[in-house]
Write a protein that binds this ligand. Structure first.
Ligand code: ADP
Ligand code: MG
Length: 625
């Protein structure tokens, strides 16, 4: 039976005037498309009724030599069988060089570097992350067009708050490749706030805790009468549900006394089974059995909540460390947070809800589906931007830039012009002068980052201001203006005030740029990023090493008596090795020593558990570390 839909007079636009505008959550793990229909935002299902599209693309070569691909569930299902050509988590590679990809070795497919960019090697040739993402975006575009039986006018696409310029540009390029007109890129947590803000209409300071498959974002937002202001953003771009899967799989292997090295397809099977068990544990208080076949041998391991909590406590603690930092950045205390919005599939885990609820001492906002909330908010924003809103009600959206922007000055130092966490759109200016008599040109170098040395920041662009009238050194007044538009697109201009000569550069222009220009710009942007990454990797590895030593020491103090003297001294030697390596400059060495200590203490950890002292390893204790 067909039902005719009737809308109230004045409530909806003439269907021919309505523009189909959608919100797309291009996730690491899942992607979704949503639209406002009859005044309500809803996720659009595929023909078989599912709203989630796994962000997975498998490349095939047919026997005739032609090539094809599978996208979404179909591709996901072939991951175990064909890991090398099945591309998942491609979002981790977007706009990155190989050195910048965290945990590239953990991916089941081969990533190589081409022209300074990470690309994926497949049976159908090498594919850029942009191309892989475009396959996912095009699938969602067709889904929307089928569902409205109309062409898509445009889309709002969400990106993690952590995404830098190159990553945002890659996302836009992927959309362009998929034939999608990008109305705006917005941060995922901001989209979630839109979904909740409009539903609740409540004002105040909110924290958005988004733990997805591959990224963790934490944002502090202030909501006042339909205006969303992002006070600060932070998080960890390499922490998500995938890491919980890895931790669980590693724990199972350790329990079974099995080696941690496996073939790509065994790794994929271990990961898939760990994920299944993790998700099953979210819905059950009982025991879940991990079953996998390794080297023809069947492995079975029962897992309960306490085991799961113990082997993932360090990950949960890391999210809370980032929460503390972002509260500091926002200049507020946790008691000022009036509500905590939970976003991302991983926030279904009881361990997360307990830890976050406990930290903020309050109930969490979980009434919208955590998988869908980002896409729903993006759909509301898209609808407003396309001019479909009923009462012309404008949604004013303030966003922030994630990293400071500045210019190189004498001695390779950075003069910060737009500080981190400034609300956008924004325009800020600063005056500079010449340093030589008769100087007629000035070289400008635009950089991004929080460090004081240009070498430690990321190079975004270089340009020159020419035609300055010859003057004595210090007499010229050159005003450099940084403008960041609502998409986060930066343009920098330099103008000599006396003569009016001007030069400008768009660092992240929307369209009209040739692919070569984009590639050249991206190339340029990677020149210093690698050092920065290396320096950061070193610092991070030292922090991890230190944390590991402290944790081991306290475990030894509590339960060292369980160990035989030679076991104890073996661990002491490993601790000494970690400390020695931490004095050196090699992140790889420090990580290796830390990992060795982790392995060396696995048996000890198991012993402690068997002695009924699981409490010592529980979330609370590790958070305090
Ligand atoms: P992303 O934004 O990275 O695409 P999602 O928000 O879709 O990620 O979250 C995907 C992650 O959520 C995966 O790691 C998945 O295992 C996890 N997840 C989904 N449902 C559950 C559940 N019921 N319990 C625990 N984790 C879950
Ligand atoms: Mg997400």
């Amino acid at each position: 039976m067909a039902l005719l839909q009737i809308s109230e007079p004045g409530q909806s636009l003439d269907p021919h005037q309505r523009r189909v505008a959608v919100g797309i959550d291009l996730g690491t793990t899942h992607s979704l498309v949503a639209a406002v229909r009859h005044g309500v935002a809803e996720c659009l299902p595929s023909a078989d009724g599912r709203v989630l599209l796994p962000s997975v693309v498998r490349y095939l070569v047919s026997s005739q030599g032609g090539s094809g691909r599978q996208i979404g569930y179909e591709a996901l299902a072939s991951q175990v069988q064909d890991p090398a050509n099945t591309i998942s988590s491609v979002k981790r590679l977007m706009g990155r060089s190989l050195a910048q990809v965290v945990d590239a070795g953990k991916l089941s497919y081969e990533v190589v570097e081409s022209q300074g960019m990470a690309v994926v090697k497949t049976i159908a040739g090498s594919k850029t992350p942009m191309e892989v993402s475009a396959e996912i975006l095009a699938t969602l575009r067709f889904r929307a067009e089928d569902s409205f039986d109309d062409e898509l006018f445009g889309a709002v696409i969400t990106v993690p708050a952590y995404f830098d310029d190159a990553q945002r540009q890659s996302t836009k390029d992927a959309a362009q490749l998929a034939g999608i007109n990008v109305l705006r890129l917005i941060n995922e947590p901001t989209a979630a706030a839109i979904a909740y803000g409009l539903d609740n209409g409540s004002e105040g300071i909110y924290a958005i805790y988004d733990l997805g498959g591959g990224t963790f974002d934490i944002s502090i937002l202030r909501l006042t009468k339909g205006v969303f202001e992002v006070m600060a953003t932070g998080g960890d771009s390499a922490l998500g549900g995938d890491d919980y899967d890895q931790a669980l799989a590693a724990w199972v292997l350790a329990q079974q006394g099995l080696p941690s090295e496996h073939t790509a397809s065994e790794r994929a099977a271990l990961h898939a089974e760990a994920r299944r068990c993790k998700e099953a544990l979210s819905a059950s208080d009982g025991v879940v059995e991990f079953v996998v076949s390794l080297g023809g041998q069947s492995v079975r391991q029962p897992i309960n909540q306490v085991d799961f909590e113990a082997c993932t406590a360090a990950l949960t603690a890391r999210t809370l460390i980032a929460v503390r930092k972002v509260l500091r950045d926002a200049g507020i205390s946790k008691t000022e947070v009036q509500g905590v919005v939970m976003v991302g599939g991983s926030t279904r885990m009881p361990v997360i809800r307990q830890a976050v609820g406990g930290y903020f001492s309050q109930d969490l906002l979980t009434n919208l589906n955590p998988d869908e909330v980002v896409a729903l908010g993006a759909a509301i924003q898209a609808n407003a931007l396309a001019g479909n809103s009923r009462d012309g009600e404008e949604l004013l959206l303030l966003d922030v830039i994630p990293l400071s922007l500045g210019i190189e000055t004498m001695g390779g130092l950075v003069e910060r012009i737009v500080p981190r966490n400034s609300a956008i759109p924004t325009a800020l200016a600063q005056d500079f002068t010449t340093y030589q008599d008769g100087q007629t040109a000035l070289a400008l170098h635009v950089v991004q980052g929080e460090r004081d040395l240009v070498a430690d920041c990321r190079s975004l662009a270089r340009f020159e201001l020419r035609g300055i009238p010859p003057m004595a050194a210090g007499a010229a007044r050159i005003r450099v203006t940084f403008t960041v538009d609502a998409d986060g697109v930066l343009s920098v201009s330099a103008k000599e005030q006396g003569s009016g000569v001007e030069a400008r550069v768009d660092v992240k222009p929307a369209y009209g740029l040739s692919d070569e220009q984009i590639a050249a710009m991206l190339q340029e942007s990677f020149t210093t990023a690698q050092q920065d990454m290396a320096a950061r990797a070193l610092v991070e590895s030292r922090v991890d090493a230190d944390r590991m030593v402290v944790a081991t020491r306290s475990a030894l103090q509590a339960d060292g008596a369980l160990l035989a003297p030679e076991e104890l001294s073996a661990i002491e030697i490993q601790i000494a090795q970690v400390q020695l390596s931490a004095q050196g400059d090699s992140a790889t060495d420090i990580e290796a020593a830390t990992a060795a200590l982790g392995k060396g203490t696995e048996a000890f950890a198991a012993m402690r558990m068997n002695h009924g002292i699981k409490k010592a390893l529980s979330g609370k204790k590790l958070e305090e570390v």
